[in-house]
Design a protein around this ligand. Structure first.
Ligand code: CA
Length: 465
């Protein structure tokens, strides 16, 4: 009898709401190795891990760029940012209408299920009123417009977000609820988690899309004592604070999952979890092992990230998926589910993953996954087990078999000239539809930043030896 009622209530839930809800949980600058499902030992992430164990873990999950802004622009449009010139991190310019996601690009909000569309957390796709999330398809917003933020309420001392003159000032603004600044409440990660739970509690009876875009564990490294106390065994101060920040995110993910269960909508909710780029290990204490490189690189550590999805009603449970996938696939997957019309002159670069994950389709979803960094002259293409990396300014070409050598330590370019030609051709074909960057990004690098960048590069070199 009990089983009958359980089945009955599940059927009602499914009939009552045909289209699945969508939640995308994105972390910021989290290392590949910093979740339990990728082998992390010193930071427990049971709730994040449960997404992988209840669904699919992507072992080769990529984002489309190795720093925040362009990676997010690609995710949110389902198109490589190079297609529309978004190839640099936008700086906080509240009057610069060029500095952000081009206004003629559609966003994932247009492909999401009908119903409420809520963005919580980091935006980083333009700080002008024209670029505001509410102008880009979202119906509610609670977050910050810039590339990062202070976490402690006492640090938020600029009330008007649009009064911030530069990036550092934008870190100290009050959080915006839609267009209205709200007085600081609590530790920012907990504040964002509260908003996510409150949103689900208010809207569980209609389809929704929630983009929960934590700015953690991006710098500045800050965490309240209650989270730090969980890591008394960690002696490295940076790693300890980073761990506390990740732990706060994991608590938030747990609360979101509980709220879905309580309201009996967890079965028909698709939840993606991923980081927006690889960890900048020397800056925030993250860990990309066994991958080579860091945030910003064309090496795997720059753009291969923790990535998982669950959808109990439509996907297998506890599956590992090894073919390369990319954050661009999220929009394509959702658009296919929602049968959303896609503009023919701005085709999606992603693929609907559902048939691949259920086994209906075989083979690799992508012929290649691509990276181009205009300013540094670096490129990469991943195809099958092979990856080609070039650093034009250093006249460097590297070919790696990632199945045998995930750490990109054995350059096999001399053994496989044909493979190199094929990968180069693939990349060139992809690059044909790309344009040059449409805004400048960081206009002036302050002296302290230059010094820190130099130190980071030096340390990264030493670490890799
Ligand atoms: Ca980031």
């Amino acid at each position: 009898m009990k089983a009958f009622f359980a089945l009955f209530s599940l059927t009602v839930a499914v009939i009552g709401q045909d289209k699945p809800n969508l939640i995308v949980i994105m972390t910021d600058d989290m290392g590949y190795a910093d979740v339990g499902f990728n082998g992390c030992k010193d930071i427990p992430t049971p709730h994040i891990d449960s997404i992988a164990s209840n669904g699919v873990r992507f072992t080769s999950g990529y984002v489309a760029y190795s720093v925040c802004g362009p990676s997010r622009a690609a995710f949110i449009t389902g198109r490589y940012g190079q297609r529309f010139g978004f190839e640099r991190n936008p700086q906080y310019r509240t009057q610069d209408e060029n500095m952000g996601l081009p206004l003629d690009e559609d966003t994932i909000a247009s492909a999401a299920p009908a119903g409420l569309l809520f963005l919580i957390g980091k935006w980083h796709l333009g700080a002008t009123k024209k670029h505001h999330p509410l102008k880009r398809g979202f119906q509610e917003f609670y977050g910050h417009l810039g590339g990062g933020h202070q976490y402690m309420p006492e640090m938020l001392n600029i009330e008007d977000s649009y009064a911030a003159k530069d990036e550092p000032q934008s870190y100290r603004t009050w959080i915006l609820k839609d267009h209205k600044p709200v007085p600081p409440r609590k530790y920012l990660t907990d504040d964002f988690s509260d908003e996510a739970v409150s949103f689900i509690e208010r809207n569980h009876n209609k389809p929704f899309f929630l983009f929960l875009s934590y700015n953690a564990p991006h710098t500045p490294l800050q965490a309240p004592q209650k989270y730090l106390d969980r890591f008394l065994n960690l002696k490295d101060k940076k790693r300890k604070t980073y761990a506390a920040m990740v732990s706060a995110v994991d608590d938030g993910v747990g609360r979101v999952l509980s709220s879905l269960k309580k309201n009996q909508i967890n079965q028909n909710t698709i939840i993606f979890f991923l980081s927006d780029n690889g960890g900048p290990t020397t800056k925030n204490g993250s860990n990309n092992a066994p991958l080579r490189g860091n945030k910003g690189d064309a090496w795997e550590g720059g753009w291969r990230v923790p990535f998982a999805v669950q959808w109990p009603l439509g996907l297998p449970k506890g599956k590992e998926y090894d073919h390369p996938v990319v954050s661009l696939d999220i929009m394509a997957t959702i658009a296919a589910r929602a049968e959303a019309p896609i503009s023919t002159d701005r085709p999606l670069d992603g693929v609907n993953l559902i048939p691949f994950l259920t086994g209906k389709k075989e083979g690799a979803p992508h012929q290649g996954i691509f990276l181009r960094k205009f300013d540094s002259g670096s490129t990469a293409v991943r195809s099958g087990n092979h990856k080609l990396v070039t650093y034009e300014k250093k006249d460097f070409t590297g070919l790696y078999d990632l199945h045998e050598d995930i750490g990109e330590s054995k350059n096999i370019r001399d053994q496989s000239p044909e493979e190199i030609s094929q990968l180069k051709m693939l990349w060139k074909n992809w690059n044909k539809s790309n344009i040059d960057p449409v805004f400048k990004g960081l206009i002036h690098t302050p002296a302290w930043q230059k010094k820190r960048n130099q130190a980071t590069r030096k340390k990264a070199k030493t670490d890799h030896k």
